[in-house]
Write a protein that binds this ligand. Structure first.
Ligand SMILES: C[S@@+](CC[C@H](N)C(=O)[O-])C[C@H]1O[C@@H](n2cnc3c(N)ncnc32)[C@H](O)[C@@H]1O
Ligand code: SF4
Length: 477
């Protein structure tokens, strides 16, 4: 085991494990409301009112998977390729998502007579490489016809090594994808058996080699710690094997266990979950070992090699936090297409599509707007969102930056929060900076980032940072 940073485990155990939001959105989806077609159109139009229009980011949700993984918390639907209804359902869904892009592209692709460049595209799922080569060409071809994709855009896709071929990777690269994100989760055969996802090291290695051979400059691994049957030793082996393959980015996710809401997770042995002290050691071990191997810590649960776009974005302050984790493109208007996808106009609004894949397809076929939930941000929401984004992406709140983004003075606007945060300063999670801002301590404040963020969440009660919240959150939160 590497030399781990010293951490006050008594303080950690007092704060860890409380039920608190992870702020992949602010306000969290619990606080969004149902929208009808005219409200949805008004929310989208906010992107057109901006005095300094932003460039675009597009997210396409492709929900199909061949098999169910027991830990999975994503919005996915299992469609057997050899099943009778499968191909028809997939075709109808792809036609629907293309139609949604066609409908929106007229408005959002054009502003004041000028085309808005698409700087980022992400295909998430489900498993986007469930699609065959013709389907990949069809969907991306439609996107390229409907929008102006910048020549240096980051175009990325989530791939499952178990179902991704060299041929698919070649086609993806040929049509313009330049980043693949692989679902790896863990290399340990016992853990894999338990989570219902058999994926030997050699299979992942082959997928990495195929992606490199196809020309991909950037490969990400999704890893999960905190899964049932994982031990500190097994996670150390997972880290070693990851370093052997040297992906350009690593997402080291904490297992989100919500078996009361996610039926498939009930198939996992809850009594075999590692405890919070063991999980802390796993996280610290990963941060030390990945740093030794040359990775930069990009905030929360992401690591990247120094030349990779995400590490570069961190150095220039352009990191973003969305439902896809830490991403580049902090000042882009994000439009989501497909079931459950979310559109985000920074400091302005959220809008989410119908969750269910069949209902989404039927709505699109009937000419009904598929948006179901949304929220226009109040001025206070926008200020707090900007402050929380800094905290999660930069591990600090810089008053000058906050003033530039929102026009408020940190000390006076957050006078009550600054008083309450004293308790977290006394406990060693936070320290004040020279210019009257705050920063998270390393490592205690960083691993307890959600507790600090809870101070600035205007929808939580004042005691939430040290007692947890009382209300429950929706699964999409
Ligand atoms: C859409 S999947 C990635 C692509 C593909 N479906 C696959 O599994 O290889 C997105 C990622 O979410 C993460 N994930 C899913 N359920 C999770 C959970 N309950 N807790 C933490 N991470 C989870 C996994 O790491 C997974 O790779
Ligand atoms: S983890 Fe990936 S492959 Fe497994 S069910 Fe979820 S979306 Fe599908």
């Amino acid at each position: 085991m590497s030399e781990l940073p010293v951490i006050d485990r008594e303080t950690f155990s007092r704060y860890a494990g409380l039920s608190l939001p992870r702020h992949v959105a602010y306000p969290m989806p619990t606080w969004w409301h149902d929208v009808d077609a005219s409200q949805a159109a008004q929310l989208r139009a906010l992107s057109l009112n901006a005095t300094s229009p932003r460039d675009l980011s597009l997210y396409l949700h492709l929900p199909f998977c061949e098999h169910m993984c027991l830990f999975c918390g994503c919005n996915r639907t299992i469609v057997r390729k050899d099943g009778r209804s499968g191909p028809g359902r997939v075709k109808r869904y792809l036609d629907a998502i293309i139609e949604e892009m066609r409908l929106r592209s007229q408005d959002i692709g054009l502003l004041n007579g000028k085309r808005r460049a698409v700087r980022q595209i992400h295909w998430g799922g489900g498993t986007p490489t469930y699609l065959d080569c013709d389907q990949i060409r069809k969907v991306h071809g439609a996107t390229a016809r409907l929008f102006d994709i910048a020549s240096d855009a980051e175009v990325s896709i989530e791939v499952d090594p178990r179902v991704t071929s060299l041929e698919q990777l070649r086609v993806l690269h040929e049509v313009g994808f330049n980043r693949v994100s692989m679902g790896v989760q863990d290399f340990d055969p016992v853990v894999q058996e338990n989570i219902g996802r058999i994926q030997p090291f050699e299979m992942v290695k082959r997928c990495v080699e195929d992606a490199r051979a196809a020309g991909f400059p950037s490969i990400n691994f999704d890893l999960i710690y905190g899964l049932p049957q994982q031990t500190i030793e097994s996670v150390e082996r997972m880290i070693e094997k990851t370093i052997e393959l040297m992906p350009d980015r690593i997402a080291f996710y904490h297992y989100a266990a919500i078996p009361d809401r996610i039926a498939n997770q009930r198939g996992l042995d809850q009594s075999a979950l590692p405890d919070s002290d063991a999980k802390l050691t796993m996280l610290l071990e990963a941060s030390v070992r990945f740093a030794e191997a040359g990775y930069e810590f990009v905030g929360l649960d992401h690591f990247a090699l120094p030349d990779e776009r995400l590490a570069q974005a961190m150095r220039t302050g352009q990191i973003n936090r969305t439902f896809q984790g830490m991403t580049t493109g902090s000042e882009l208007d994000l439009f989501g297409f497909g079931c459950s996808s979310i559109s985000i106009l920074p400091r302005t609004m959220y809008l989410q599509n119908e969750h269910d894949v069949n209902a989404y397809t039927e709505k699109m076929e009937s000419g009904i707007d598929p948006a179901t939930r949304g929220k226009a941000l109040t001025e206070d929401d926008a200020v707090r969102q900007a402050a929380l984004m800094q905290l999660y992406c930069r591990a600090k709140i810089d008053p000058d930056r906050l003033h530039n983004e929102t026009g408020v003075d940190f000390q006076s606007y957050f006078a009550s929060e600054c008083r309450r945060i004293k308790r977290l300063i006394d406990d060693g999670l936070v320290e004040r900076t020279g210019n009257e801002g705050i920063q998270l301590t390393h490592p205690l404040g960083r691993v307890l980032m959600r507790n600090v963020a809870a101070v600035f969440d205007g929808y939580l009660h004042e005691e939430a940072p040290w007692t947890g919240m009382k209300q429950t959150f929706s699964a999409s939160a």
